[in-house]
Design a protein around this ligand. Structure first.
Ligand SMILES: C[S@@+](CC[C@H](N)C(=O)[O-])C[C@H]1O[C@@H](n2cnc3c(N)ncnc32)[C@H](O)[C@@H]1O
Length: 257
C-alpha cells in the first residue's frame, strides 16, 4: 500500500475529497471505495474513459512487458537514436531538486525510474501515476526497490490536493491524451507555486536526419506529426530543448506564484 505521506496528499479524483486507507482500498468519507489491484491503488476518473484514452490504455496494457524491447529494436532500426543517452539528457535538463517531492506522470514501465531516483536522491519522495495498470506492474517488477509509489490514475484528473508537489515530471503521454490542455492544467494545479513543471513528447525536427525514419515514423506514430500544445496559463516557460537527437521536445516551466 501507499506510505502515509502519499495518502495525506491523495484526493478523490471525482470530488476532491480526502481519502483514507481502508481494507485493501482507499475510502472517501461517504464510503465510496477505490480498489487496489495487486497493491496498486486505482484512482481512475472518469470510470468510462474518453474513447481515445480507452484505446491507448488497451494498447499500453497489452504491450507493457515488451515496451522497451520493441522500442530498442524498432528504435535502433528506424531512428538510430541512443534512447538511454537521451533519457539521461532529459533528466539532467529537467533540473529536479534533490530531496524534493515529485510526481511523475506516465512512467510506462519505469524507463526513467533509476535516473530519477539517482538525480533526486534517497531523501526525495516520488509518486508515479499511469493509466495502465500493467505498466505500473512492470514498474514494480523492474524497479520495486527504488521506493517509487505507483498509482493508477488519469493524467486529466490527477488524484492529488492542489500544490502537493515541489515538481512534476512527464514525458511521452501528451501526444496521446484526449485533452492535453486539461492535463497541463492539472500539472499546474498539483505543483506548488514556484515549483518546476517539466513535460515533453515526440516531435520530429529538422535535426532528425535518419533517411528511413524521416519517411516511416510519421506514418507509424501520429505523435511525430504533432506540435507541442500551448503551455498552460499559470506556468512560465523557462526553456525548451530538442531531445532524442531531434525526435522529441522538452519544456521546463515554473508554476507562477
Ligand atoms: C509512450 S509511453 C511513455 C512512457 C515513458 N514515459 C517513456 O518516456 O518511454 C506513454 C505512457 O502514457 C500512459 N498514458 C496514456 N494515457 C494516459 C492518461 N490519460 N493518463 C496517464 N497516463 C497515460 C500510457 O499508459 C503509457 O505508459
Amino acid at each position: 500500500m501507499l506510505p502515509d505521506w502519499a495518502i495525506s496528499i491523495l484526493r478523490c479524483p471525482e470530488t476532491g475529497q480526502r481519502l483514507e486507507a481502508g481494507a485493501g482500498a482507499l475510502v472517501r468519507e461517504d464510503g465510496r471505495a477505490f480498489p487496489c489491484f495487486d497493491g496498486i491503488a486505482s484512482l481512475v476518473h472518469p470510470q468510462t474513459l474518453q474513447e481515445s484514452d480507452a484505446r491507448w490504455n488497451r494498447f499500453y496494457d497489452a504491450i507493457a512487458p515488451f515496451y522497451d524491447v520493441s522500442e530498442r529494436v524498432l528504435g535502433r532500426l528506424l531512428t538510430g537514436v541512443d534512447m538511454a543517452r537521451g533519457r539521461a539528457e532529459i533528466v539532467a535538463l529537467a533540473g529536479l531538486e534533490p530531496g524534493s517531492q515529485v510526481l511523475e506522470v506516465s512512467p510506462g514501465p519505469g524507463v526513467f525510474h533509476p535516473l530519477l531516483r539517482k538525480a533526486l536522491g534517497p531523501a526525495s519522495r516520488i509518486v508515479s501515476i499511469d493509466l495502465s495498470l500493467n505498466m505500473l506492474r512492470e514498474c514494480r517488477r523492474r524497479h520495486g526497490g527504488l521506493d517509487i509509489a505507483p498509482i493508477q490514475a488519469n493524467a486529466l484528473h490527477l488524484p492529488f490536493a492542489d500544490e502537493s508537489f515541489d515538481s512534476l515530471f512527464h514525458f511521452g503521454g501528451v501526444n496521446l491524451f484526449s485533452d492535453p490542455g486539461q492535463a497541463l492544467r492539472e500539472f499546474v494545479r498539483v505543483t506548488r507555486p514556484g515549483g518546476r513543471i517539466v513535460w515533453g513528447d515526440e516531435q520530429m525536427s529538422e535535426r532528425f536526419s535518419h533517411p528511413i525514419g524521416r519517411r516511416v515514423l510519421p506514418h507509424m506514430n501520429p505523435g511525430f506529426r504533432k506540435t507541442p500544445p500551448p503551455p498552460p496559463s499559470g506556468a512560465d516557460v523557462l526553456a525548451q530543448h530538442e531531445v532524442y537527437s531531434g525526435l522529441g521536445y522538452l519544456i521546463m516551466a515554473r508554476r507562477r506564484a
